[in-house]
Design a protein around this ligand. Structure first.
Ligand code: GAL
Length: 668
């Protein structure tokens, strides 16, 4: 049976962050009228309203929020009610100065912005839970309440705190993991540079030190910091489940761009299942060197869908320009709608924005919104109204899922470790490389999921491993089993190198995958910045090469034609049981990577689609299927597909014309 994420809302969700506390009450009535006009059915209220809700310790002022919720309810707008715990007010930080976060250099940061608290602070936790509890008690049966929005973007500004309170919490976390100091010393390799600990009190967060810090110390601190914020989420979530039962709970993740500070694979199980949903915020990086804007949208959506294991909700994106980058381009006409519908194509149950009405003051006054400074006589407002209509016409898509045949492995711990200090090449960062492989698939029109190396991968024809430096024995065995059972693996360089303690696997690289791949490497030969090598297949390698040999039974598909390891194998293939494992010993240039992925079996959703035409399918379990066609190019595209366009009602018998910059959603 299809699971409805937000039962209070009929069809797809549409709306955004609504911050009425920034406006006089006269404006609220206009807001409600305009929301109706745009087809808004969900507003996220109160995200940064702590100081308005609790102006003094324990003194709650809910009158204004009562009026806002009543007004919205009267206008047919449901509410995603925030617990407002993302930004403690000045009175709180002033009263509990020890709750302010401390950076690695020992500087205590001050308030005056947002998220200025230490994740391990008992005072913060207590005050946040008290506020969330008071809100739950007051609004749990308000007819406008559709869902709870815990906090906001955990870890956006305060992912790590190095204060003494955090130090004590870190030691508790380490005691849980290692039980005794001898095991910790072994795991951290503290025989190196005389780092051996002889008392727990000596163990500190990895504060700034003289030179290269201990990599496993850093890695464990990153694991701890992710868990510390997750504990805060779970505490608020459990309180809401108790005091507002039956109302879905979420927090907005940031599974986008290079952000990988929280281990979302550990968060996802806490956000799925009964009365929970996964939501995500997405902001495009202008001029990103790895992926064009539309591919960035696809990446965030595909990652979030994979975390959710099905439909999810786009909690925030922008109608046009951001305000927090050095250069903040506006979206050209049509992009607002394409971006939103691309998220929907990839499993979002709607589209919400930051924010409803553009602020007049404050640090985000130049951020676009659904109601811009100019008001309704604007390009943005006209597109907002059009999008509202589109989403209403797409209501039947709700609950449909995207089924990908390709998975890309993403492991936060591995990414943290390979970004650790003193690497063979600082250019071997994992996340940008994972994004590059995803972008290659996007250009090919291939829909991909993301997965963790320990997941059951059996439903995928093809599993890609762009960069997986660190892997434990169980996950390595999982990948071996996947290939042996008939799957195809493509593994990129600097993978399988270290175990979960970041200890190098000995006896030749790529350690954990040496037998699987039938490749033996005795030395890495990273290229100088910007350097390339030629392969005898005509392909180009970048960043990395290695002195390798192929073992008996391994086919060499390409060798280096020049560079420091000329004649060594660069690309290999080996049969593994009923399946196949490819190895790339270098980072192939974009076009060569795409060619390799195609030959390994990556299939586009719509063969024959022209470049710039994004095609993604969402289908219900009963077989009803929808083909989203998004034309990012400047010319109309004619593609081989048929069905009824839900947006216009037009029937296309065998070929569809998707206008330049436009979108068609076919009921197939
Ligand atoms: C998000 C945040 C919003 C707003 C937005 C601006 O990170 O959740 O509150 O700041 O960015 O792009």
């Amino acid at each position: 049976m299809t699971r409805v994420l937000v039962p209070r809302v009929n069809g797809l969700c549409y709306g955004g962050d609504y911050n009425p506390e920034q406006w006089p009450e006269e404006v609220w009535a206009e807001d409600a009228k305009l929301m109706r006009e745009a087809g808004v059915n969900l507003a996220t209220v109160g995200v940064f309203a702590w100081s308005a809700l609790e102006p003094a310790p324990g003194r709650y002022e809910f009158g204004w929020l009562d009026r806002v919720l009543d007004l919205l309810h009267g206008a047919g707008v449901a509410v995603d009610l925030a617990t407002a715990t993302a930004s403690p007010p000045p009175w709180f930080s002033h009263r509990y100065p020890e709750s302010l976060p401390v950076d690695a250099d020992g500087r205590r940061l001050t308030y005056g912005s947002r998220q200025a608290f230490c994740p391990s602070s008992p005072a913060y936790r207590q005050a946040a839970l008290a506020l969330a509890g008071a809100l739950a008690d007051r609004y749990h049966d308000h007819p406008a309440l559709a869902m709870w929005h815990v906090h906001n973007e955990y870890g956006c500004h305060n992912p790590r705190c190095y204060c003494d309170v955090s130090a004590a919490a870190f030691r508790d976390w380490l005691r849980d993991r290692y039980r005794d100091l001898a095991t910790l010393n072994e795991a951290w390799g503290t025989a190196f540079w005389s780092q051996r600990y002889t008392g727990w009190e000596q163990v500190q967060p990895p504060r700034t030190t003289t030179t290269t810090p201990n990599p496993t110390h850093l890695l464990d601190f990153q694991r701890f910091c992710s868990d510390a914020l997750l504990a805060l989420f779970k505490a608020e979530r459990d309180l809401l489940h108790r005091r507002s039962p039956g109302v879905p709970v979420t927090t907005n993740l940031m599974a986008t761009g290079n952000f990988a500070v929280l281990d979302y694979w550990r968060w996802a199980p806490e956000m799925t299942g009964k009365d929970r949903l996964v939501s995500m915020d997405h902001y495009i990086v202008p001029g990103d060197p790895v992926a064009p804007p539309a591919a960035q949208v696809a990446y965030g959506a595909d990652r979030t869908r994979s975390l959710a294991g099905g439909p999810w909700l786009l909690m925030e994106h922008s109608t046009s320009a951001l305000s927090w980058r050095p250069y903040n381009p506006a979206k050209p006409p049509g992009q607002l709608i394409r971006d939103s519908l691309s998220h929907v194509a990839r499993g979002s149950e709607g589209a919400l924005f930051f924010q409803w009405r553009a602020s007049r003051y404050g640090g985000e006054k130049w951020h676009s919104a659904m109601v811009p400074h100019a008001g309704t006589d604007s390009k943005i407002w006209r597109e907002v109204v059009t999008l509202g209509g589109h989403l209403q016409r797409l209501a039947e898509v709700r609950g449909a899922t995207v089924r990908a045949q390709v998975a890309i492995l993403f492991d936060h711990e591995s990414a943290w470790a390979s970004d650790g200090p003193s690497q063979p090449s600082a250019e071997m960062s994992a996340v940008p490389e994972i994004r590059r492989w995803h972008a290659a698939l996007w250009r090919m029109g291939v829909t991909a999921d993301f997965a963790h190396p320990a997941h059951d991968l059996s439903r995928y024809h093809l599993v890609l491993v762009p960069s997986l430096y660190l892997i434990d024995d169980a996950a390595a065995a999982n990948l071996h089993r996947y290939a042996a059972a008939g799957g195809t693996l493509v593994i990129g360089p600097y993978s399988g190198i270290a175990d979960e303690r970041d200890h190098v696997r000995l006896g030749g690289y790529p350690g954990a995958f040496r037998d699987l791949l039938g490749v033996y490497v005795d030395e890495f030969f990273p290229l100088p910045p910007g350097g390339t090598v030629s392969l005898d297949s005509g392909a180009t390698g970048r960043v990395w090469t290695e002195h390798a040999r192929a073992e008996a039974g391994t086919t060499v598909l390409a060798s280096y034609a020049d560079g420091p390891v000329a004649n060594c194998p660069a690309i290999t293939r080996r049969s593994v049981g009923a399946g196949t494992a490819y190895y790339l010993g270098t980072r192939l240039a974009d076009a060569d990577l795409a060619a390799l992925l195609a030959s390994a079996g990556a299939q586009p959703a719509l063969p024959g689609a022209p470049p710039g035409l994004e095609a993604v399918r969402r289908a219900h379990d009963d077989g009803r299927s929808y083909l989203f066609l998004l034309n990012h190019a400047g010319a109309d595209a004619v593609v081989p597909a048929s069905g009824v366009d839900l947006l216009t009602g037009a029937t296309w018998p065998d070929r569809v014309t998707v206008p330049a910059g436009g979108v068609v959603v076919l009921r197939e």
